[in-house]
Design a protein around this ligand. Sequence first.
Ligand SMILES: Nc1ncnc2c1ncn2[C@@H]1O[C@H](COP(=O)(O)OP(=O)(O)OP(=O)(O)O)[C@@H](O)[C@H]1O
Ligand SMILES: [Mg+2]
Length: 138
Amino acid sequence: MLKKLEVRTKNETSELAKKIARNLQKGEVIALYGELGTGKTFFTQELCKYLAVKEPVTSPTFVIMNEYAGKFPIRHIDLYRLDSIEEVLELGIPEIFEDCLTIIEWAEKAEELLPENVWKIKIALQNGKREFQIYHFG
Ligand SMILES: Nc1ncnc2c1ncn2[C@@H]1O[C@H](COP(=O)(O)OP(=O)(O)OP(=O)(O)O)[C@@H](O)[C@H]1O
Ligand SMILES: [Mg+2]
């Protein structure tokens, strides 16, 4: 594990996103884990802000995948509504990882397709506090 930290406010989430954004490169994958409403999309919005995305970043729960232009191309994927690994493969995962930064909500649904150098970020919400666990095997 790289880091475990407690976050109490949106500002603190934003600060964390800023630090991580500095270390990201094209071709990398960020796998987000956490129950409904823990803040996966909000964290993604903040990351995108620090990666120079100008357009609004919205939840891809229904569209499954959004693409943004930033410091490099960014794909924001939400696997919540997918039921099988076949559906995940139909999205083009893992081939599409190559030419962009990929951020995946509900990444456990693509666990076996994630690359070795993936960033795994687990968010747990308890009593209004969020615990972020960050793993990176770069
Ligand atoms: N650090 C934070 N402090 C306070 N509120 C937060 C924080 N992060 C996210 N929120 C709020 O929590 C709510 C849920 O956040 P968000 O939609 O990002 O969750 P999610 O994990 O993406 O949910 P889903 O599983 O439905 O995709 C939003 O109203 C968001 O603004
Ligand atoms: Mg979400």
